[in-house]
Design a protein around this ligand. Structure first.
Ligand code: MCA
Ligand code: AMP
Length: 497
């Protein structure tokens, strides 16, 4: 039995998940995911790493489906529930998914794809609610388990493949370092096509017998309503979410603010990550909630790698120390270790490190050093024993709202727009979003009069996730270029100052 499923036997009738106004025990999760695994398998004994995509709202059904795919021997491919058709199609095509498990509400979005492709569609609502399970395959821990898409320095996102062993390593290091236990109750407000929600929240909660409450979509007032009920004691979010929670608290009357502070002071732990936590946000949150945020550093390819201590000094502006089982080095451009106190690229080794980029052997080889260290592209320095992230070695990677976004991917889409001749996308500093996506555009002269920014904005969200859309456009006659004709992105940023 898969170790994460075996864990459920320890906690049987204890509440695992609260969603859709219902509570589900660990036994429910084990039984219903086992039954769904049988449904997925049909007459087969083992899916043998066939890719199974799923588009299910956050909640019990999501975790049931994820565990079912794993128990059937498949590779789980979670689809983002807010992505438009082209982004979903890209993932389905790239993974060559044979099966999709989908909630009825998303059928319309994907119908055009289903018209042209042979893919087995399992309607989630059609699954009979029974605990009957027939035999399930034995799954070796070195088998592929999950493909998550990440934007990089190439224009198209890459599928990051992790094995069951990788996932277990990513979960267990956090469970022990952050002292998760079956008395914990976490609130999940994060999207479930990324590591932060899947591993740090759901994975750790289910492994340790904790309860997890889901909300259908992000809402500041729902978060505080749930906090006020007094059952939740763990929370994890990106800096933008803490910024939004602070903005809401600051609008409250002093007595309401104080009430919420009393509730939040009782939390065991609040964690922040996915992007740099501004010191001002950490300090304001401390003042409003009585909680010193624990900041940690991670990546889709790694899970979490560096973390401030659960017990001990959580230093503002720093991501802490390597997690147990994760080896870290800071290196120069020749991949030689830098001297103490000098900045260098973070490279990582450990069981937590992913297996490969899906069907991209060259990209996989390129991203590892010859002796097997994963090159993160993030630059850090160690000061008084703690790691501080200084930036990235590529200006084309933007972090906005905690999402990693490729400037090149957005540029490629913008160039398809009929009025746009050329463009350059950059991220500019923004206290709420981390970086704000902006685009300098060269509009074809004869189309300048009819050019309409709102139309462009509406068009782009049909093509790509709305969190990737530029928030400001600047029409320029030409893009700033160097003597070689290459666009100088730092000069593009200056145009927006
Ligand atoms: C949305 N808006 C934005 C952005 N996104 N404005 C500027 N920049 C953005 N990036 C605007 C919308 O246009 C809209 O404005 C308004 O905000 C609300 O939009 P909506 O889509 O409803 O946003 P939201 O639901 O409020 O979402 C904000 C969010 C979300 C909750 C912060 O971005 C989020 O869930 N981020 C977390 C992502 C995450 O989990 N990353 C982890 C990956 P208008 O109404 O005017 O149009 S990284 C990871 O997994 C690694 C391993 C790690 O280290 O954790
Ligand atoms: P993703 O590929 O979406 O998993 O994003 C991983 C990237 O997020 C890392 O390579 C970092 O650039 C960034 N990141 C994650 N956590 C932090 C943090 N605490 N501080 C700064 N950057 C972070």
């Amino acid at each position: 039995m898969l170790p994460i499923v075996a864990q459920a036997d320890k906690f049987k009738d204890k509440a695992a998940i609260y969603s859709d106004g219902q509570s589900y025990s660990f036994q429910d999760l084990k039984n219903k995911s086992g039954h769904l695994a049988n449904v997925i398998l049909q007459d087969a004994n083992d899916l043998k790493e066939a890719r199974v995509a799923f588009m299910i709202n956050p909640g019990f059904g999501y975790v049931q489906t994820l565990w079912a795919i794993w128990q059937a021997g498949g590779v789980a491919v979670p689809l983002c529930i807010t992505h438009p058709l082209p982004s979903l199609e890209y993932v389905l095509e790239d993974t060559e998914a044979d099966i999709i498990i989908i909630s009825a509400e998303y059928l319309d979005t994907l119908n055009p794809y289903f018209q042209n492709k042979t893919i087995r569609v399992i309607l989630f609502e059609s699954i009979v609610d029974t605990n009957n399970i027939t035999s399930l395959p034995a799954i070796n821990s070195t088998r592929k388990a999950l493909i998550l898409y990440t934007s990089g320095t190439t224009n198209k996102p890459k599928g990051v493949v992790t094995t069951h062993e990788n996932i277990e390593a990513q979960i267990t290091t956090l469970v022990s370092s952050w002292e998760w236990s079956n008395t914990d109750h976490v609130l999940c407000v994060l999207p479930l096509h990324h590591v932060h929600g899947i591993i740090n929240v759901i994975g750790c909660a289910m492994w340790s017998g904790a309860s997890c409450t889901f909300i259908p979509h992000f809402s500041v007032s729902t978060i505080f309503d749930l906090f006020s009920e007094g059952n939740i004691n763990l929370f994890m979010a990106v800096p933008t979410i803490y910024f939004k929670l602070i903005a809401f608290l600051e609008t409250l009357q002093p007595e309401n603010k104080d009430q919420l502070k009393i509730v939040m002071q009782k939390f065991r732990l609040m964690v922040c990550g996915s992007a740099a936590l501004p010191v001002s946000v950490m300090e304001k949150w401390d003042a409003l909630s009585g909680q010193k945020l624990l900041e940690r550093y991670g990546m889709t390819e790694l899970g979490m790698a560096i973390s401030n201590p659960y017990r001990g000094d959580r230093r503002a502006g720093y991501v802490g120390l390597p997690l147990p089982g994760v080896s870290i080095k800071l290196v120069d451009e020749s991949y030689e270790e830098v001297n103490e106190g000098e900045p260098g690229e973070i490279i990582v080794k450990g069981k937590n490190v992913f297996l490969e980029y899906w069907q991209k052997p060259e990209a996989t080889v390129e991203t590892f050093t010859s002796d097997g260290w994963f090159k993160t592209g993030d630059i850090a320095i160690v000061e008084k024993g703690y790691y501080r992230i200084m930036g990235r070695n590529s200006i084309d990677i933007i972090k906005s709202g905690g999402y990693k976004i490729s400037a090149l991917e957005i540029e490629e889409v913008l160039r398809l727009y009929d009025s746009i001749d050329d463009c350059a996308v950059v991220g500019i500093n923004d206290v709420e979003w981390g970086e704000l996506i902006v685009a300098a555009i060269v509009v074809i002269p004869e189309k300048q009069i009819s050019f309409n920014e709102k139309e462009l904005s509406d068009w782009i969200v049909q093509k790509m996730a709305s969190y990737k859309k530029p928030r400001k456009y600047l029409m320029v006659d030409e893009l700033p270029r160097n003597a070689m004709g290459k666009v100088v992105k730092n000069d593009v940023k200056k145009l927006f100052e």
